[in-house]
Design a protein around this ligand. Structure first.
Ligand SMILES: Cc1cc2nc3c(=O)[nH]c(=O)nc-3n(C[C@H](O)[C@H](O)[C@H](O)COP(=O)(O)OP(=O)(O)OC[C@H]3O[C@@H](n4cnc5c(N)ncnc54)[C@H](O)[C@@H]3O)c2cc1C
Length: 395
């Protein structure tokens, strides 16, 4: 087991950091309290692909860099430390390009992957609906055969990249228990998208997509009819590891800021870092951050080995996303009142971290996955809704 970064990985991380500090942060800082406008999102993506972000996972045959998940995760971790909103934008787009790479027809790949590998085409994945969150099988978006094509109706919500994407992979019901993925192309299809204001990660677009009786050619079906649910669920493994990567990056940023502040700020005639209780807070933060990173690296290494990686990716997702919230909250404590003001970065870390215990399986859903892997017993279904109490004659 090797805990040292290779020279190549270190150089790649350093050059990404220089690019983000010089080209990304100056552009996003003035506007990152609202979703990046589409032009800025595209400019950021196009600038990042050369640094392994946005098309790193795509095989070289599809125009990507063919990076391992481990190397890619190290790069995304650095990006998330500096600009987690941008990391979110890019990993969601990269997830859509992977679906095309794995299941696209030669025509679909030729149409979309060159643009995605150059960062010109932004993707997203639309599964969640107002009535279908943790239980994907409850989704109501429906695609009905219409001659050689389909008619698609439904509403997707809480979708990352909703107002900036060029193509969305949309999971729809095509039969009683059959689900299929379709490609929604902003240049081809008519649909509505709306941004939803949220707590943190505000530069990262998040919103709804709605379409009503939309005619869609069969050429936009991705994969075979009925394969959609399996493919969507398998994408969640990768996505969980990436949420853990972003959460670990936010935790690192919060730790760095807290350490920096603790040696600068004087109280009782000494830096607050020389008070033992402050060092205790910092030590707890460092342990949680390191544990989150190690679980995340293990999850990435499992993805690289191939096969199912439910256990390590769910463990990393649970721990890193919950730890990032605790670490960011402790960073506020170290900063005192400054920590809760918008003049210091740490309240932003807390708001950003707080977003991540929910997507790609809430903490509770991932606990159920870990529980199932440990025991062989799936405990996803709770007791059914109790019947309304029957009235007695006295009432
Ligand atoms: C930042 C962010 C980005 C997102 N990006 C996307 C995206 O790109 N594409 C997309 O399709 N979706 C996306 N989502 C939506 C996300 O996948 C859903 O929010 C998530 O699956 C939970 O669904 P829900 O919000 O409807 O909560 P619900 O499913 O209604 O859950 C509410 C609460 O009940 C708990 N709960 C539910 N079922 C159980 C159970 N069986 N046992 C125990 N507890 C349970 C949950 O843990 C939670 O605490 C995103 C969400 C966020 C916050």
């Amino acid at each position: 087991m090797e805990f040292e970064l290779s020279t190549e990985d270190r150089m790649a991380i350093d050059s990404l950091r220089r690019h983000v500090e010089a080209e990304v942060l100056p552009k996003i800082r003035p506007v990152w309290d609202k979703a990046f406008p589409p032009e800025l999102a595209h400019e950021l993506m196009a600038g990042l692909v050369d640094y392994g972000i946005g098309a790193g996972w795509l095989p070289e045959a599809d125009g990507g860099l063919g990076l391992s998940y481990l190397t890619s995760g190290l790069l995304y971790g650095e990006l998330a430390r500096l600009a987690p909103d941008v990391a979110g934008l890019a990993y969601v787009s990269e997830g859509a390009s992977m679906k095309l790479s794995r299941h696209g027809t030669p025509e679909q790949k030729a149409r979309y992957l060159p643009g995605m590998s150059e960062g010109r085409v932004i993707g997203c994945g639309a599964v969640t609906e107002p009535g279908a969150g943790s239980n994907v099988r409850q989704l109501r978006t429906r695609a009905v055969r219409d001659g050689t094509g389909w008619r698609l109706s439904g509403e997707k919500t809480f979708i990352s990249n909703a107002t900036v994407f060029d193509i969305a992979t949309v999971l729809a019901r095509t039969g009683e228990k059959e689900f299929t993925i379709f490609i929604l192309d902003r240049a081809e299809h008519r649909f509505e998208t709306r941004e939803i204001a949220k707590l943190g990660l505000n530069g990262w677009s998040f919103g709804s997509i709605s379409f009503d009786d939309l005619g869609i050619d069969d050429a936009f079906r991705l994969g075979d009819p009925g394969d959609g649910l399996r493919e969507a669920l398998s994408g969640f493994e990768r996505a969980r590891a990436w949420v853990a990567v972003i959460a670990s990056g936010i935790a690192r940023a919060a730790l760095d800021d807290a350490v920096g502040y603790s040696v600068e700020r004087d109280q009782f005639g000494v830096p607050i870092a020389s008070h033992q209780l402050v060092q205790g807070i910092l030590a707890d933060m460092a342990c949680e951050t390191e544990a989150a990173m190690l679980l995340t690296l293990k999850a990435l290494a499992s993805l690289d080995r191939g096969g199912r990686a439910d256990l390590p990716t769910s463990m990393a997702k649970i721990y890193a996303s919950e730890a990032a919230v605790r670490v960011a909250s402790k960073a506020i404590q170290v900063h005192g009142a400054c920590g809760v003001t918008r003049e210091f970065p740490v309240e932003r870390h807390l708001r950003n971290a707080r977003m991540l215990t929910i997507p790609d399986g809430t903490t509770q859903i991932n606990q159920l996955i870990v529980g199932r892997e440990l025991t062989g017993i799936a405990a996803f279904l709770g007791a059914s809704r109790p019947a309304a109490p029957t009235r007695t004659a006295a009432e």
